[in-house]
Write a protein that binds this ligand. Sequence first.
Ligand code: DGL
Length: 265
Amino acid sequence: MGSGGPVLFFDSGLGGLTVLREARYLLPYEPLLYVADDAAFPIGRWPEADLKARLLTLFDKLIATHEPKAVVIACNTAFTLAGDALRRAHPQVPFVGTVPAIKPAAERTASGLISVLATPGTVRRAYTRSLIESFASQCHVRLVGSDLLAEMAEYHLRGDPVADEALLAEISDCFLESEGRRTDIVVLACTHYPFLTNRFRKIAPWPVDWLDPAEAIARQLVRVLGADAASAPADTPDRAIFTSNPKDPALVRLLAGFGLVLERD
Ligand code: DGL
């Protein structure tokens, strides 16, 4: 187990909050720290070597400063690239990762047609290819990389308008029909996307199962913490750190809805 600090959740922006809210439900007393590297957002388009170096440097600092009990990388783009390297660099800290939910999708699909909706980075990763080879070789898996959806999810969450047509343009490649069979599962392989699920349901050409791994990740965190999970309320509030150091009151309110106090420099 790591040191006695909070459980640190990491994402490039607001997407990791889809995982944090599930963890909060299962671990009501656990002190949580949410860290968003929003200065780098969106990271889905970053070259792999630059992003990996940035993540390793950032985590050296975060772990030294906050001494987390455990870290949840609530971001497919970051974890599929740097998860192994982060674990090697910080062997004393348990890391819980986020990877495209290809295995559960392959177990559940009836039609055998699955789509994985993710950032361009996650779609390109060797990690994603190896998940398909290991767990879904009997399925037809379509990888759909979206340049814009993570930003659209942030606009939506902040209350800015996002048009149905714009969303449909990003998801329409997920819907495949072949020999009388249709895609029946779309894996939400970016933690931002579950904020848009209700919109997706409304505009989808036919109903599918939109697979969100947040609850499974939160359950994994519960297993990792084991008897070390906090059993009494903390006396300090849960905090959020955003690397761009934003002062936006709308963000402060939004984070308050997740029980987080935005920390300022
Ligand atoms: N939320 C992140 C993920 O799960 C990526 C968003 C971004 O492109 O920065 O992949």
